[in-house]
Design a protein around this ligand. Structure first.
Ligand code: NAP
Length: 485
């Protein structure tokens, strides 16, 4: 007989663990967390590249219910965040619920039983009343379509799947891409490699990184009652002010641009290099990066920046659009992720056997990023349009986990078996969302980023302050849902 947990959570990263903690807190203990890998941690398990660290202050990039006065730095490194997540899973009793090595391959809603059939790799199935997808958005590596990619003779790997067996000492390394991952990688590998060639397509806007180690005394101070909370609150509101330029008007981004240009001027005296590194679009259109060692790394004699596109990859070199050949022993792809596909590429069928790809034929959308019409009791964490350009997504995850618990409470109160967001409610929500997003910097800032889908529609970002999202998702409006008995 197949297993029947009440609730299935897919993924044991920041979102999945948070959901599990909140379920237990609300008295729901009948759930499993299906995790494809052998360890929890999601993106913080997968990304092990040199220099990998948080780019949101750790006191904010952590759960509000599990403050950590012991963070070693303002921006903690990857292993520390991974350890933090594992310890949260242990402390809150989530670990025994996690099934490792359980990659979910299909979710099918059964109209008769009003339940979900969850299939995992290998064909095992289980039946659940509700499913929470906590799979994250940034985990399917995107490789560029450059002719000859397979012809390359040396190690070639993506930033999110770092090949630690490849020794870069004394090697010529080509790094393609200059996003959040690459700006952390380049300063770390430059001292050991013989030469690093950085291939830049679009220069990022870069702010200085106010990083520092917390001294033992500072950490002791942060253990005093209220101290870690006060620091977190201070960081939250400081970051939230950055939403002014996003949520109110792009012209308010001017101060951020000035800060970034001053940073560039201070760190890059060479006018030619500075020109090549000056973005030609509005700040905030792509994620604002933070680093105090990326520009200095580019200034090194053994690091070169190439701004012509890579047109071909050969056995031991890369050719650029100006016809120059750049020898390389190793290629690092810092080329980002397939963001929209992470959700839309899944095998999910809802009411009447409708495929999610058909429901989303005009684009990925959901109600508050959490529920999508025709797929009852299926909840998304970090779903469409709930990413942030200015603050910690952990804050969004917590709001969503609380909302899911509220939905489950509504089901208990009404004795309904399932709830399905009404198409009209979802459409009205998305109309308002589009009207707000269209004039904003992500769409109107003169760049193309992973925030936009292939039609230029923003499917990833929440357009306002994060506290607005928090307030709007505090209560479930029963009228927005059809209750299925
Ligand atoms: P990304 O921001 O999408 O950057 C990808 C880079 O690759 C861009 O510079 C892009 O150039 C370039 N690229 C893509 N295709 C290319 C091609 N065919 N030829 C040349 N260049 C190409 O990816 P990421 O750096 O992995 O970061 C993704 C997201 O992960 C970030 O935005 C952030 O949300 C998250 N992240 C967070 C942290 C953290 O510290 N918390 C660290 C890393 C990543 P274009 O700009 O021209 O497209």
């Amino acid at each position: 007989m197949r297993e029947q947990p009440g609730i299935v959570i897919v993924g044991a990263g920041f979102a999945g663990i948070c959901m599990a903690v909140k379920l237990k807190e609300a008295g729901y203990h009948d759930f499993v967390v299906l995790e494809k890998a052998g360890e929890p941690g999601g993106t913080w398990r997968d990304n092990t590249y040199p220099g990998c660290a948080c780019d949101v202050p750790s006191h904010m990039y952590s759960y509000s219910f599990e403050l950590n006065p012991g963070w070693s730095r303002m921006f903690a490194p990857q292993e520390e965040i991974q350890r933090y997540l594992r310890s949260c899973a242990d402390k809150y009793g989530v670990t025994p619920h996690i099934r490792h090595g359980s990659a979910v391959t299909g979710l099918e809603y059964d109209d008769g039983r009003r339940s979900w059939t969850v299939t995992t790799e290998g064909g095992a199935t289980m039946r659940a009343n509700a499913v929470v997808s906590a799979i994250g958005a940034l985990h399917i590596p995107k490789f560029p379509d450059i002719p000859g990619r397979e012809a390359f003779a040396g190690p070639a790997f993506h930033s999110a799947a770092w090949d630690h067996s490849a020794d870069l000492t004394g090697k010529r390394v080509a790094v393609i891409g200059t996003g959040a991952s690459a700006v952390q990688i380049v300063p770390r590998i430059a001292p050991e490699a013989a030469h690093v060639t950085v291939f830049q397509r679009t220069p990022p806007w870069l702010h200085p990184k106010p990083d520092f180690a917390f001294s033992p005394a500072a950490r002791r101070l942060l253990r005093l009652p209220g101290a870690a909370r006060a620091l977190r609150d201070g960081i939250y509101w400081a970051l939230e002010t950055r939403a002014l330029g996003f949520a109110v008007h792009p012209s308010l981004m001017a101060a951020h641009e000035r800060l970034a240009l001053r940073h560039l001027e201070r760190q890059v005296p060479d006018p030619g290099l500075r020109r090549a590194l000056t973005p030609g679009y509005r700040i905030g259109c792509k994620r604002i990066l933070i680093s105090s060692d990326y520009y200095p790394a580019l200034m090194r004699d053994d690091v070169s920046l190439v701004t012509d596109a890579v047109t071909e990859i050969r056995e031991r070199s890369l050719l650029d659009a100006a016809g120059r050949e750049h020898p390389a022993d190793v290629i690092v792809y810092g080329t980002g992720f397939k963001v929209v596909d992470a959700l839309a590429g899944r095998h999910i069928t809802g009411r009447g056997g409708r495929r999610i790809q058909d429901a989303w034929s005009k684009g990925v959308e959901a109600y508050y990023g959490i529920a999508t019409s025709g797929f009852p009791n299926l909840f998304f964490l970090l779903g469409p349009n709930t990413g942030l350009g200015h603050n910690s997504v952990v804050f969004m995850i917590e709001s969503q986990a609380r909302y899911v618990v509220e939905c489950l409470r509504l089901l208990s109160r009404t004795q309904a078996r399932a709830l399905d967001v009404r198409q009209e409610a979802q459409a009205a929500f998305n109309r308002r969302l589009r009207a707000r997003l269209d004039p904003m910097v992500w769409n109107a800032g003169g760049c193309h980023s992973w925030y936009l889908d292939e039609h230029g529609v923003n499917r990833t970002i929440w357009p306002g302050f994060s506290f607005e999202y928090w307030a709007r998702t505090r209560r479930v409006k029963p009228g927005a849902y059809e209750l299925i008995y």
